[in-house]
Design a protein around this ligand. Structure first.
Ligand code: PAF
Length: 293
């Protein structure tokens, strides 16, 4: 019986589950322009939009699928983070990626279970917002992203603006460490009801999922407060609006300078302002942000 050799077709995605497998897959890409979409798996339409854009702009796309232990400051969050590799493989292949890299912890951190001791210069961009609330998170993120960049050696890497602070920090260290990689900013992908897409949404109960779009509905209202009341009052009002939904509990709302990420105290303190927030629905922590000006 005729058995086609799919290995000769570009569109058949390679799944590399070890560093050695990945290195041989990477070699086969030769000097193609490589786009890279790093993920922690449990892929959704938000990841799909990044992968689609990378496929449209690059010759070959690598997607990584690795739940990085060093960026979790909460053990339960790490343990409960959704892991669905088989579904992820089918999802990524259908969009047209060339390689899915799903390494083992020892491939990324060969020095062992103490992981990585490297401390990164994050340009002070980790001092506000998520930084103090998730100690060690951004350094752990920089450890894995630099390790992945060194292994994948992409020409371009694609990140979503939902993790607005992460994106600014990555841009900073890519420049600071002279990585020859173009960082491509991609807009937040939202469900039809406005909820920012996130792997953590899979952990919401039906009641929490129904309540969660309230976050975006509230932060959109803040855009109408710009210049009409003091910044501190807009922060307080937005927090009250979010917390009026019994399923939700605001951890913080900040109005920040979009460039240096510092909270501002007046509307004219910076040319570009952004509202960022973290909100709990039960134990699930959701983040979102919106440009104000
Ligand atoms: O944004 C994420 O999913 C993660 O922080 C990243 C960039 C894949 C690093 O683990």
């Amino acid at each position: 019986m005729f058995a086609p050799d799919f290995s000769t077709f570009d569109q058949v995605m390679k799944v590399a589950k070890t560093l050695a497998d990945f290195e041989s897959a990477r070699k086969s890409l030769g000097d193609k322009t490589v786009g890279f979409v790093p993920t922690m798996g449990a892929l959704h339409e938000g990841h799909a939009s990044l992968i689609r854009r990378a496929v449209a702009e690059c010759d070959a796309v690598v997607v990584s699928d690795f739940v990085n232990p060093t960026q979790f400051n909460n053990k339960t969050d790490f343990e409960t983070y959704p892991r669905i590799l088989d579904q992820d493989c089918a999802f990524v292949e259908a969009i047209g990626a060339a390689v899915l890299f799903a390494p083992r912890v020892e491939d990324i951190y060969p020095a062992g279970t103490d992981y990585d001791q490297r401390i990164f210069d994050l340009g002070g961009l980790d001092q506000y917002g998520e930084g103090p609330r998730r100690p060690g998170h951004f350094n752990g993120m920089a450890q894995v992203v630099t390790r992945l960049f060194d292994i994948v050696r992409p020409d371009r890497a694609y990140f979503g603006e939902k993790d607005f602070q992460q994106l600014a920090i990555i841009e900073y260290f890519v420049k600071n460490l002279h990585y020859p990689i173009e960082i491509v900013r991609c807009p937040i992908a939202r469900a039809e009801d406005g909820l920012a897409l996130s792997s953590r949404n899979k952990l919401l109960t039906p009641a929490q999922r129904a309540a969660a779009p309230h976050i975006y509905a509230c932060i959109r209202q803040t855009a109408n407060m710009v210049g009409k009341m003091p910044v501190a009052e807009a922060v307080r009002k937005t927090t009250e609006l979010i917390d009026a939904e019994p399923q939700l509990r605001t951890e913080y709302v900040e109005i920040i300078n979009s460039l240096n990420l510092r909270p501002v105290s007046s509307w004219d303190e910076a040319e570009h302002l952004r509202l960022t927030c973290a909100v709990y629905a039960g134990e699930v922590r959701l983040i979102d942000n919106i440009a104000l000006k």
